[in-house]
Design a protein around this ligand. Structure first.
Ligand code: NAD
Length: 487
């Protein structure tokens, strides 16, 4: 079995304990992973804190930081096939997607590399003639980055990239479900030439996560995961009043009007819920379809869902691979049973596939007569689509916003005026019109409500890893006037 080590202060080690990671395609162990105990977490935070103040990082010019990130981008691009292979093996995510996604991760690092020396302060036209006042943008400090198992390299790049561009240092805790891609990434990062301790990569579950996010030397926690974990993290970070950015789940509406290009909308819906085996925070898991086209749309969608190629994740022909964990597969069965009990009708799928590994087929539940079906409100990380109908635009908006989440949404219509009205009225951080699941380093990504707060991607992401220092400089040589009056 392959062995993966943690990365602390520029050194690789086994961690307090080790654990076996399962291959979701077979259900069997395939590699041994380092597991961080509290001592490892503390060592990683100490290393990040030392690195933050060490002159080789603290005094490095922003241009030099950008060049290092650029080198990292090149290394990620060169090693993309191997990283993709490892992510596929550990998470079950199909190689078709991991290959494309990791090649694109390199572009994220390139984007943030370019921003490093464009982080500007400001000079203020202050209302006092003998003062110069300006703002410096300084790095926030030590960042605790916590990621879930799906799209881990991608979700880590949108934290590590802007944090290092801004001059912060990072302790990244990979997911205990599938840490291999991040431990392999640490090996690549090590070759880029950053000072030791600027990035530290550890593993472990809730205990390691709690020790990290409540550590007194952590200045900011950047978290991606579920809302329940986020509540723990906010409570933990309250210990030292660290700030947080939270990228959480969703129950995103996918809205199809009767004037939409049906074939294009069906394809986008397939991508929105069955790609990545539905294990995507932006999954379009609630289909809202105009009643007049429901039968036509569902018939075509069912046809496509049943034609999906289910298979080994490392086969380029596979379109839907296994779920990441056995627990996820059991959750799918439970959610479907409870939804059917609430009146939902199974259109296709719904039963586990009889083969080794954690496979589950594309599933469609017609919830038109089951408004209380749990599949309509519970975020479920899998290929399960819940369908409801609407009569008009007002009802579509009401149903779309009938959720505690607010991450993404999709609108399919040929009407430009309607598209604009929908964009304004839907409460979500991202609206895709006549497309779905498009991302870019240049475009901010994030949500509202139970989907969290903060944005990743775009210029703002780098600014969020900076804090403002206000500098006052007196230009007069005269003695300071009345010292008992605030100036
Ligand atoms: P999770 O919340 O169970 O775990 C995420 C991470 O938090 C893991 O690394 C885990 O070890 C850590 N953790 C668990 N308990 C902790 C604690 N008490 N303190 C600190 N850290 C702790 O999520 P998951 O099941 O791995 O991933 C699925 C979730 O992630 C879904 O809700 C999904 O929507 C969300 N997600 C969101 C986005 C986004 O960008 N908005 C992207 C991908 C996934």
């Amino acid at each position: 079995m392959q062995i993966f080590q943690q990365y602390i202060g520029g050194e690789f080690s086994d961690g307090s304990t080790q654990f076996e990671s399962l291959d979701p395609a077979t259900g069997q162990p395939w590699a041994i992973m380092a597991e961080a105990g509290v001592a490892d977490v503390n060592a990683a935070v100490d290393a990040a804190e030392d690195a933050f103040f060490a002159p080789d990082w603290a005094d490095m010019t922003a241009t030099a930081r950008g060049k290092l990130l650029s080198r990292l981008a090149d290394l990620v691009a060169e090693n993309a096939p191997r990283l993709a292979e490892i992510e596929t093996r550990d998470t079950g995510k199909i190689i078709r997607e991991t290959s494309a996604q990791i090649a694109y991760v390199a572009e994220y690092f390139r984007y943030f590399a370019g921003l490093a020396d464009k982080i500007e302060g400001a000079h203020l036209p202050i209302d006092k003639p003998d003062m110069e006042v300006w703002l410096r943008r300084e790095p926030v400090g030590v960042i605790a980055a916590i990621v879930p198992w799906n799209s881990q390299l991608f979700l880590s790049a949108v934290k590590i990239g802007p944090a290092l561009a801004a001059g912060c240092t990072v302790v990244l805790k990979a997911s205990e479900e599938a840490p291999a891609p991040m431990l392999e990434f640490a090996e690549i990062f090590d070759q880029a030439g950053f000072p030791k301790g600027v990035l530290n990569v550890i593993t472990g579950g809730p205990a390691a996560g709690a020790a990290l996010t409540s550590h007194a030397s952590v200045d900011h926690v950047a978290f991606t995961g579920g809302p329940e974990t986020a509540r723990h993290i906010v409570r933990n970070s309250a210990e030292n009043l660290a700030s947080t950015s939270l990228e959480l789940g969703g129950k995103s509406p996918f809205i199809v009007f009767d004037d939409a290009d049906i074939e294009s909308a069906v394809n986008a819906q397939v991508s929105g819920i069955f790609a990545a085996t539905g294990q995507s925070c932006v999954a379009g898991s609630r289909l809202l379809v105009q009643a007049s086209i429901k039968d036509r749309f569902l018939a075509r969608l069912k046809e496509k869902a049943e034609a999906v190629v289910i298979g080994a994740p490392d086969d380029m022909a596979t379109e839907v691979g296994p779920l990441c964990t056995l627990r996820q597969r059991d959750n799918a069965l439970d959610l479907i049973a409870r939804s059917v009990e609430a009146g939902a009708k199974l259109v296709t799928g719904g039963a586990a596939i009889d083969r080794d590994g954690f496979f589950f087929p594309p599933t469609i539940l017609d919830c038109s007569d089951a408004p209380d079906a749990p599949s309509l409100s519970n975020e479920f990380f899998g290929p399960v689509l819940s369908v409801v109908t609407f009569e008009d635009e007002a009802e579509a908006v009401r149903l779309a916003n009938d959720t505690e989440f607010g991450l993404a949404s999709g609108v399919f219509t040929q009407s430009l005026t309607r598209a604009h009205r929908m964009i304004r009225r839907i409460r979500s951080g991202i609206v895709w019109v006549n497309t779905y699941r498009a991302v870019s380093p240049i475009a901010p990504f994030g949500g509202h409500g139970l989907s969290g707060h903060g944005r990743e991607g775009g210029l703002q992401a780098v600014l969020d890893y900076t804090k403002i220092k206000t500098v006052w400089l007196r230009t007069s040589d005269d003695p300071i006037p009345d010292p008992f009056v605030m100036r």
